[in-house]
Design a binder for this molecule. Structure first.
Ligand code: HSE
Length: 415
């Protein structure tokens, strides 16, 4: 029997136990061995469970148990998860984790340690919850050059935006609804400010291109400034607003990477990814676009990905799965200001909307006006193509010098 330990008995941890117990036979068949839980680490008490006897508060008991060959880390957060995972790998135990903070911050270091020790460090559940995406990129699509990845990687924000688009609900009301339905944390800042999606696109970029990208290197915008007026302009343009994490390989050997709310065309496969669902588009030079869709969070979807990694570890106890990336060279990430993008721009002037638009034309040159339902006097929306953020800011400052107010700007996606 393969004996495992689980660090954490929260939502995902208890889901892992549930999946292992309810699918015991099929898991044993697929792993070619029974899989048993020997320890669960948690500081809380869990009396009255059929497996209450396996709980411990002492990590060293797990670390020093030679029978435990695989440790599942589902605590979340960087510490103590990082110290525990590192100690497990140093002590000859393979590790499976769902912890995106950990993988995004320490992936290169932990993968190098796993390689040195000839162990596995697997993290299918860290991106996209129950959606298979780590294995497809590292294995199934390995014959391709992945030119771009674009994903709706955060269910909380996708739920909020869907409510704003479909029901014209204000941002704050949609956020409250997400919280009351359990789709958003009590402190939702990592979701709504884009940090959660940023960790996930960093993991996918690191995997696809073999060099670690850290969240601090990525331009990140959340959805807190998105208004119902923006949603109406996106509709007039022919699309919807989605929070997109994207990475592109550039010809200069660098990558362009960002997280931002974007206008997404109704023609795009990502435009129909609604509610708490995630969708990830991987563009390969041989395959063209491949799109992955499903539940990106939640107890059982995430636990399913964790347990699949456990099965893989059991089947490969003496062989490493190929999963690796290195630390990146300096200047690997293209400065955000340089990348030319298309933008939607929303302005307001003291005169008529036509006057505001004419002034914007004077500054930006070739722009295209959008008219939303219920547009107010003095307000104008337009799209402009192929500007770097630096260039955009210079033009926005010129507009403000003319007395126009910049209400917002949103990237227009290419997907
Ligand atoms: N709050 C996150 C989401 C959880 O909604 O995607 C999964 O990372």
């Amino acid at each position: 029997m393969a004996k495992i330990a689980i660090l954490g008995h929260g939502v995902v941890g208890s889901g892992v136990v549930e999946v292992l117990r309810t699918h015991e036979e099929s898991i044993a068949r697929r792993a070619k061995e029974d899989v048993g839980i020997k320890h669960i680490l948690d500081l809380r008490e869990f009396p009255g469970l059929p497996y209450s006897d396996v709980f411990t508060k002492d990590f060293d008991k797990i670390l020093n148990d030679p029978e435990v060959g695989i440790v599942v880390e589902v605590m979340g957060g960087l510490e103590p998860a990082f110290s525990y995972v590192k100690a497990c790998l140093e002590n000859g135990k393979s590790v499976v984790t769902s912890n995106k903070e950990l993988v995004a911050a320490k992936g290169a270091e932990l993968l190098a340690l796993a390689q040195e020790k000839n162990l596995n460090f697997l993290f299918e559940a860290s991106v996209g919850g129950g959606i298979p995406i780590i294995r497809p990129i590292s294995q199934c699509l390995a014959a391709n050059e992945v030119t771009e990845i674009a994903g709706i990687l955060n269910g909380t924000t996708n739920f909020i935006l869907t409510k704003m688009i479909r029901e014209h609900m204000a941002f704050e009301d949609a956020l409250s609804m997400a919280q009351s339905l359990g789709y958003a944390e009590r402190d939702p800042s990592a979701d709504i400010e884009g940090a959660d999606a940023c960790r996930k696109i960093c993991i996918l970029a690191s995997l696809a291109y073999g060099s670690h990208v850290y969240p601090e290197q990525v331009h990140t915008e959340g959805i807190t400034k998105i208004t119902l007026e923006d949603v109406a302009y996106a509709e007039a343009w022919g699309g919807v607003i989605k929070l997109i994490g994207e990475v592109k390989a550039l010809e200069n050997g660098r990558i362009h990477i960002q997280v931002a709310p974007m206008f997404v065309s109704r023609e795009s496969q990502l435009s129909g990814v609604d509610d708490v669902f995630n969708g990830i588009l991987v563009r390969g030079d041989a395959t063209g676009d491949v799109v992955f869709y499903g539940r990106g969070a939640g107890k059982l979807p995430t636990a399913s990905a964790v347990v699949a990694d456990v099965i893989d570890c059991v089947k490969h106890m003496k062989a490493r799965k190929y999963l690796y990336w290195e630390d990146a060279k300096p200047d690997y990430v293209e400065p955000y200001e340089n990348a030319p993008q298309d933008f939607f721009v929303h302005i307001k002037g003291a005169g008529t909307s036509e006057e505001a638009f004419a002034q914007a034309e004077g500054v930006f040159g070739d722009i295209k006006r959008l008219i939303r339902k219920g547009e107010e006097e003095g307000e104008a929306g337009f799209t402009v193509n192929g500007l770097g953020q630096g260039e955009f800011e210079a033009k926005a400052a010129a507009l403000e010098d003319k007395g126009l107010q910049l209400l917002g700007r949103i990237v227009i996606s290419e997907y």
